[in-house]
Design a protein around this ligand. Structure first.
Ligand SMILES: [Zn+2]
Length: 352
């Protein structure tokens, strides 16, 4: 799931611009009672929350785009405020060969989409891989397996309670697990699993080693900002995994939503800079307040003038940042797992 983006926009982030300067613009309008609003529940479940004008060109549903000699993308027909143009389903393996193919993220359980993916595969689809079990990425797995007889691969269920319904794949792939597609006398294709928790605890990125091309799922996207929603979402892990990806020498990133990213290092730096700036803003807001603040109070201070519809996403972001600052001992809370709890700047360490 992604934060919303307007169709046709190219690379434009829609996360509300930071309110610069002191947190003087606090407004009680940004506060909401504890508990999740309907919009928040929608975000949590990746459901569409608004009708979208049609996407066109390579990101229109059903359009097949060749991205490299081994990679084709077909966009699933699930565009929404939370999925941008829809989920990118990738077919990986020599385009002009006859060997095995792997599909990454079949997307939603949409008959027409799965029929089309199977048809493009021409009997060659042997593997169905997922990046994570959110409902815009994984529910198409059983349908595609039924159509192809392929073996499915994912990391396993998300950790913690409430994820008992997560899709279970045939193979649980730990970090470093790899797959070389067989049966082709053409170019070799190897996919390696990189466990990248942060957006989801069971998130995998898939590295196409021969092209240094990363299928980034929802860890990195084109045109939207990734939602980090506690408790399954974890900002500390999210950022450390971005740092790990940054030094892999990537040539390109094929995201779960949006276009191919051809400047991976710059994109990852942009992500890191954006999160660090937000983190410092959250910390500064808490310091300036001089009293314990709830997530909603911090949101109201930072996201001034931002439509109420985006506040649920902002709440998750602020909460995730506070939990990371808590990991580092900079702030504290009586109950970091409760979104309505108050947070304070940690008392300075006693000096001798
Ligand atoms: Zn997701």
């Amino acid at each position: 799931m992604a934060e919303p983006e307007k169709p046709g926009a190219s690379g434009a982030k829609v996360e509300p611009a930071l309110a610069r300067g002191s947190p003087s613009g606090r407004s009680p309008s940004g506060r909401s009672p504890s508990g999740r609003s309907p919009a928040e529940r929608d975000i949590g479940s990746s459901a569409a929350v608004a009708p979208q004008p049609p996407w066109t060109g390579e990101l229109a549903p059903g359009v097949i785009t060749a991205l490299s000699p081994r990679v084709r993308r077909i966009v699933a027909p699930n565009p929404s405020m939370m999925t941008g143009p829809g989920t990118g389903t990738y077919l990986v393996g020599a385009v002009n060969g006859n060997g095995e193919l792997a599909v990454i993220d079949p997307g939603p359980d949409d008959e027409g989409h799965l029929d089309r993916v199977a048809e493009i595969g021409r009997g060659r689809i042997r593997w169905v891989l997922i990046t994570h079990t959110h409902e815009d990425h994984a529910p198409g797995v059983p349908g595609l397996v039924a159509r192809t007889g392929a073996t499915s691969v994912g990391f396993g269920r998300r950790r913690g309670a409430g994820h008992e319904e997560d899709l279970v794949c045939d193979i649980d792939a730990p970090d470093g697990w790899s797959l070389t597609l067989e049966g082709d006398d053409g170019p070799v294709t190897t996919l390696r699993a990189l466990h990248t928790p942060g957006h989801a605890s069971n998130h995998l990125c898939w590295l196409l080693e021969q092209e240094q091309l990363l299928f980034s799922g929802d860890h990195i996207m084109d045109g939207s900002t990734v939602v980090i929603a506690p408790l399954d979402g974890d900002m500390t892990r999210y950022l450390s995994e971005l740092e790990r990806l940054k030094v892999l020498g990537l040539q390109a990133i094929a995201p779960g939503h949006g276009r191919l990213i051809t400047d991976p290092t710059a994109k990852i730096d942009e992500y890191l800079d954006h999160r660090r700036a937000r983190e410092e803003q959250v910390a500064a807001t808490l310091e300036a307040a001089g009293a314990p603040q709830t997530v909603d109070e911090v949101v109201a201070s930072i996201y001034t003038g931002v439509p109420e519809a985006l506040h649920p996403v902002a709440r998750y972001s602020v909460w995730a940042h506070l939990r990371k600052l808590g990991d580092e001992g900079r702030v504290s809370s009586d109950d970091r797992d409760d979104v309505s709890a108050a947070w304070s700047v940690a008392a300075p360490t006693a000096r001798h």
